[in-house]
Design a protein around this ligand. Structure first.
Ligand code: NDP
Length: 336
């Protein structure tokens, strides 16, 4: 069985790749440079693994060559910008997210007739709205959609722009399969904030992925006098469960045609600090003591329903304490 994984150097994709290697799949992955390919190759010397260099997924023909793999069965599309150091929303965020998604679907339809399923990494941000996040009676599930439009992404708010990039990309993918009736069906994986161990051969502390930044702050002592509030939403999931969700999404026939809200639970920065304090007594100069204030839940945190992902994808969610321990262990090994 042959699988194409886009963005193979990313935080989540690194874990997907490890799982694909463990399960013996033949893997082709896209990365932006030969240098990144070399590092991944070195980490998996015995894997059935090859590379296609795709420097910029915002180009409409970015994937035209990458999908021309004889016998390709499944495609996992994870590449999309998840950082806030850009200056032009359209060219640096929205185009890569949205065009990146539509162009790979078009390329598969045109040149990869054997592909049976495409799994797209979407996000919980495609499900939220300002109003629902403030509603104590709301229970988020796969039936929820972010109402933001493309134009909302161009108004200057960087968080909104990221949410729009994921929402419009996912919406475009569902529209594509509905209108084009291609050779494949679609699954989307919609995780909230993803925490968990980094893989050292690729991820450096200076360029830590966005969702793990708070863990670096914690163990570098930035919460020592006050635990920062949790920004955004208070839902999380471990990266290993997100990786498993992507693999189960193509291994399990029943998953076809569905979106999956892959959420392990709620978190506060205060709970993360407590789990760190309990398990890393050697870091007590950096980790806030129990008296330090801050990091509590906001007044309203809505509910969630992860039944579909639990049952269809078969995930036994990793808990926050284990995720915290494994994450901090990985950051210390990387030199934090
Ligand atoms: P990373 O930043 O680690 O990974 C993003 C990947 O996309 C990298 O491989 C990156 O390549 C690639 N990429 C970004 N822009 C381009 C571009 N213009 N051209 C080519 N490649 C590009 O983040 P994550 O692993 O966290 O994110 C992976 C996916 O998961 C994204 O779709 C993200 O939206 C989604 N997601 C992440 C969540 C999280 O909390 N981490 C939560 C919900 C969804 P390079 O590193 O070389 O720039």
């Amino acid at each position: 069985t042959k699988v194409l994984l886009t963005g193979g150097s990313g935080f989540i994709a690194t874990h997907i790749l490890e799982l694909l290697v463990q399960r013996g799949y033949e893997i082709v992955t896209t990365v932006r440079s030969e240098d990144k390919a070399a590092k991944i190759r070195e980490a998996h010397p015995n894997a059935k693994l090859s590379f296609v260099i795709v420097p910029d997924i915002a180009q409409p023909d970015a994937f035209d060559q990458a999908v021309k793999i004889p016998g390709l069965d499944f495609v996992l599309h994870t590449a999309s910008p998840f950082h806030f150091n850009w200056s032009d929303a359209k060219t640096e965020l929205l185009d890569p997210a949205i065009t990146g998604t539509t162009s790979i679907l078009k390329a598969i339809k045109k040149s990869a007739p054997g592909v049976k399923r495409v799994v797209v990494t979407s996000s919980f941000v495609s499900m939220i709205s300002a109003a629902t996040l403030q509603d104590p009676n709301k229970v988020f599930s796969e039936s929820d959609w972010n109402p933001n439009t493309y134009e909302d992404g161009l108004k200057g708010d960087k968080i909104i722009a990221y949410r729009v990039s994921k929402t419009v990309a996912e919406r475009s993918a569902w529209e594509f399969v509905e209108e084009e009736k291609p050779n494949f069906d679609l699954v989307t994986i919609n995780p909230p904030l993803v925490f968990g161990p980094i893989v050292h051969h690729l991820n450096s502390l200076s360029a830590i992925n966005t969702s793990n930044e708070r863990y670096v702050d914690l163990i570098q002592g930035k919460w020592k006098d006050e635990i920062l509030p949790s920004i955004g939403t208070n839902f999380w999931v471990d990266v290993r469960d997100v990786a498993l969700a992507h693999v189960a999404a193509f291994e399990k026939p029943d998953a076809g045609g569905q979106r999956f809200f892959c959420v392990a639970g709620k978190f506060s920065n205060r709970e993360i600090a407590a789990a760190a304090r309990k398990n890393f007594p050697g870091l007590k100069d950096k980790i806030p003591s129990v008296e330090v204030k801050g990091g509590d839940y906001p007044p309203v945190v809505p509910g969630y329903d992860n039944t579909r992902a639990t049952e269809v994808l078969g995930i036994n969610w990793i808990n926050l304490e284990k995720s915290t321990v494994d994450n901090i262990t990985s950051l210390l090994a990387a030199g934090a």
